[in-house]
Design a protein around this ligand. Structure first.
Ligand code: ATP
Length: 347
């Protein structure tokens, strides 16, 4: 199975949201779809499933073009499901009834919904009415409904919303398991670190296009990753080519930029002494790519505004763009935006 999007353009009136988008996804694949709010992730899903009119372009599944005819759209809707919005749940129905409903529409030959309930650890509440559910319980129900539908192509918009860490892990694991059943799954999410746990490839939407994508299997170049404020950058110079210096003072230095291990260790030690935040070694993750793409790279040139090196707090705030009010939350913002990935080696 393959899903191909060809030259897709979508506008709302004069507002062109997506322009000439092209990609092909093969089965057994999870794509992480990343972009800031309002970039067009939901629009892309809605267009592929033909919930909204397509200005230009084609949706092709397994070589067949699905046009905007009743017959084609019906056939497409048998192949694709879209993660239900919690607002679509019926308060007076039970979770089991919702799961059965999705099973009956898309996958009636499946008799056993209990195995889905067990798989998602929902036995304790699934026979109660939805109106008694918390946010996270509803979210797990929406996911269970997708599993019951069992379509070849699944669009998951913000599936982790409201889930606690244990359930984020559970849903991430089940996503990987169902992928192996020959599915094409696209997950739009702002939980960037979590996307690295299960996605095969990450698409970043920007400037109305799939601006950049990277395949996590071939993304193997390792970096020393840490934090250093602009006024302390000089201590690390000279830095190898391809060093990234990102917003939140995140620095990523390619390991292959050093000839000897002892040079690498020296940089790790130096980074540790320059900041009290964790230093790690690993590949660039979605979080780092996100900062690079949407917030840009900062200059590695040493700050020469204070020749004596005695930089004040005020100077530091000016350089990095934080206001005095924000400075107290700065460290937590860093952690939120670029936490150390599970696969990284920590120091
Ligand atoms: N029905 C609509 N009519 C007009 N404009 C719309 C409509 N739906 C979305 N838009 C616009 O299209 C753009 C993309 O919106 P979309 O909902 O696809 O973004 P998104 O990336 O999914 O955002 P989020 O992360 O907030 O869910 C936005 O500028 C939005 O205002």
């Amino acid at each position: 199975m393959s899903l191909q999007v060809k030259d897709l353009t979508i506008s709302y009136g004069s507002n062109v949201v997506l322009k000439d988008i092209n990609f092909t996804i093969q089965d057994n694949t999870i794509i992480g779809l990343v972009a800031p709010n309002g970039t067009g992730k939901t629009t892309l899903f809605n267009a592929i499933i033909r919930f909204i009119p397509i200005n230009k372009g084609q949706i092709i599944v397994d070589g067949k073009v699905y046009k905007n005819t009743t017959r084609d759209v019906r056939a497409l809707h048998k192949l694709v499901t879209f993660f239900p919005d919690q607002a679509e749940l019926y308060e007076d129905f039970t979770g089991v009834e919702h799961i059965q409903m999705y099973r009956d529409i898309w996958n009636p030959e499946e008799k056993d919904v209990q195995k889905i309930i067990d798989r998602l650890n929902m036995d304790g509440y699934v026979r109660d009415k939805v109106k008694t559910y918390s946010l996270g319980m509803r979210q797990r129900l929406c996911f269970a409904m997708m599993i019951a539908a069992n379509t070849k192509i699944m669009f998951m918009d913000e599936i982790m919303n409201g889930l606690d860490p244990v359930n984020v892990e559970l849903v991430s694991r089940v996503l990987q398991e169902i992928k192996e059943e020959g599915k094409i799954i696209i997950v739009a999410s702002h939980l960037l670190g979590n996307l690295d746990d299960y996605s095969d490839e990450i698409y970043f939407l920007n400037n109305k296009d799939v601006y950049f994508s990277y395949d996590r299997k071939t993304n193997t170049r390792e970096f020393i990753k840490g934090y250093v404020s602009k006024d302390k950058l000089e201590a690390l110079q000279p830095l190898p080519a391809d060093t990234l210096y990102l917003e939140t003072d995140r620095i990523c230095i390619p390991l292959d930029g050093f000839e000897h291990d002892y040079d690498r260790f020296e940089v790790v030690e130096l980074l540790r002494s320059l900041s009290d935040e964790e230093v790690s070694i690993g590949v660039l993750g979605t979080q780092e790519h996100y900062l690079r793409i949407y917030k840009g790279e900062q200059s590695l040139e040493p700050d020469t505004s204070d020749g004596e090196g005695g930089q004040t707090d005020e100077d530091d705030e000016t350089v990095t763009g934080y206001t005095a009010e924000e400075s107290g939350t700065r460290k937590s913002r860093r952690r939120e935006e670029t936490s150390v990935a599970d696969s990284d080696t920590r120091f």
